[in-house]
Design a protein around this ligand. Structure first.
Ligand code: NAD
Ligand code: HSO
Ligand code: ZN
Length: 430
């Protein structure tokens, strides 16, 4: 446990540093080589890497419609019901985000519109290395379905038997996703970006993943004509601000829920109460004793921190500086503090709002910016599945109205042809 105001500014900085990401030059080169191999050899390269990393006996990338239905039918009814419940809350929240076109007459005879068009093809990456995450398929599949993107392509690394889980296939079916491929890692991202014999390229790639996936997304986005990507969504993070009114067992459970994701996850507790910090540390130990992923969580806890602050205001300031993926506020009247701590991917307000609620079923999207990018990137939402574009229509009278401004600005910039495109119309009439 550390006391914030006793630390030097370098120590404070070190305490809030994210675990080093595996973004080394050699990883970048390895990913570039995989992308190149897919560019040269298409499906054969995707298949070869998938055999190497995921399933040696894999022979076929694509799931047919019958195979999707067959896998989905194996799902246990209780999991099916859980997915149905999560689907309905996520759909309700994203449906409400539907954008509206706008039309504005900006000057007499000058009509501008802003319109939204669904992207024609979206690639949804569902991680499958250390854990299979059908919930992530809901977070990407539901908005893509509501936006009505004509092509919705799901890729995910297969298990040792070359299969994707029944839960994942049930989500695909529910979200109307008919293109499903058994491949993950950089090779799947390359296939979505460049296209292969069997996978046509997509306009935008979504979804979290490990360092290979993240590096591949960044590299393909820089190719000429390459796809757009959603955001840097890396290892999970949680920052909790709590005071004496919090229940230490709840706080400990929340911290462990994100620590169990991966060894590079990071969790932070800020509190003015030494008593709460101590009780939470004890509760973490008790809960770790019965946690199946305790080894992973322990490694994540090694680069995590419990920090005593002077008061809640100091905790808010630290949180704003860290800009966590998830921020949990566990103190009375937490709803009144949200405006002061808005630099976070998603905020969990009050004692009965566990972070895992948002991971699965409150309705918000769990694909969120990590690594401090919450400072300048948004949480994933329905709008990310659209392109926004504008139109303008100007009548002759409207052009007369704007002519002076356009011609003067064009001449100020030394762009005579721009000015002429206006004056010629007014001189020559119809
Ligand atoms: N921020 C978010 O919104 C969010 C949501 C869910 C998950 N996550 C994160 O996503 C990540 C998922 O990672 P994962 O590993 O479980 O699954 P993954 O699907 O991202 O990666 C698995 C793939 O990595 C590739 N790979 C593995 N070792 C390789 C090697 N040596 N060389 C080249 N390629 C290799 C393989 O192709 C394999 O299929 C975790 O860090 C998790 O915390 C983040
Ligand atoms: N907490 C993760 C995002 O950081 C999302 C997730 C999926 N399943 C469970 N949790
Ligand atoms: Zn989670």
């Amino acid at each position: 446990m550390k006391q914030w105001n006793l630390l030097s500014s370098i120590e404070q900085q070190q305490l809030l540093a994210r675990p080093a990401q595996a973004q080394s030059a050699s990883l970048q080169q390895q990913v570039a080589a995989i992308i190149d191999a897919v560019a040269q050899n298409g499906d054969a390269a995707v298949l070869q890497y998938t055999q190497q990393f995921d399933c040696e006996s894999l022979r076929k990338l694509r799931y047919s419609a019958e195979e999707i239905a067959e896998q989905a039918a194996k799902l246990e009814p209780s999991v099916r019901a859980a997915i149905d419940k999560a689907y309905s809350t996520i759909a309700a929240f994203h449906q409400a985000q539907k954008p509206k076109d706008i039309t504005v007459e900006t000057a007499p005879g000058v009509v501008c519109t802003q319109r939204f068009a669904p992207l024609d093809a979206v690639g949804l990456y569902i991680p499958g290395g250390t854990a299979v995450l059908p919930s992530t398929a809901l977070m990407l599949g539901v908005p893509a379905q509501i936006a009505n993107n004509p092509r919705r392509v799901l890729v995910s690394p297969p298990d040792k038997n070359g299969e994707l889980s029944p839960a994942l296939m049930y989500v695909a079916q529910k979200c109307g996703i008919t293109e499903v491929y058994r491949c993950g890692g950089a090779q799947a991202i390359a296939a979505l970006a460049l296209g292969t014999e069997s996978i046509a390229p997509v306009a935008k790639i979504y979804g979290p993943g490990n360092s290979y996936v993240t590096a591949a997304k960044q590299q393909v986005a820089q190719l000429p004509g390459g796809p757009a990507i959603d955001m840097p969504a890396g290892p999970s993070e949680l920052l909790v601000i709590a005071d004496d009114s919090a229940n230490p067992s709840f706080v400990a459970a929340d911290l462990l829920s994100q620590a169990e994701h991966g060894v590079d996850s990071q969790v932070i507790l800020l509190s003015p109460s030494a008593k709460l910090l101590q009780a939470t540390a004890e509760a973490i130990e008790q809960q770790l004793a019965i946690l199946p992923r305790a080894a992973t969580a322990r490694q994540a806890l090694a680069s995590s921190a419990l920090i005593q602050t002077r008061d809640l205001a100091e905790a808010f300031a630290i949180s704003q500086r860290y800009a966590p993926e998830h921020l949990s506020l566990q103190f009375d009247k937490a709803d009144e503090a949200v405006e002061q701590v808005n630099l976070a991917g998603s905020v969990f307000i009050g004692h009965f709002t566990p972070e895992s609620g948002g991971d699965y079923a409150t309705g918000t999207n769990h694909v969120l910016p990590t690594y401090g990018f919450a400072r300048n990137y948004s949480s994933l939402g329905l709008l990310d599945f659209y392109r926004r574009f504008t139109t303008q229509q100007v009548s002759k009278a409207g052009l007369s109205e704007l002519a002076d401004a356009i011609i003067t600005l064009a001449e100020t910039e030394g762009l005579r042809a721009h000015a002429r495109a206006v004056s010629i119309r007014l001189e020559e009439g119809s």
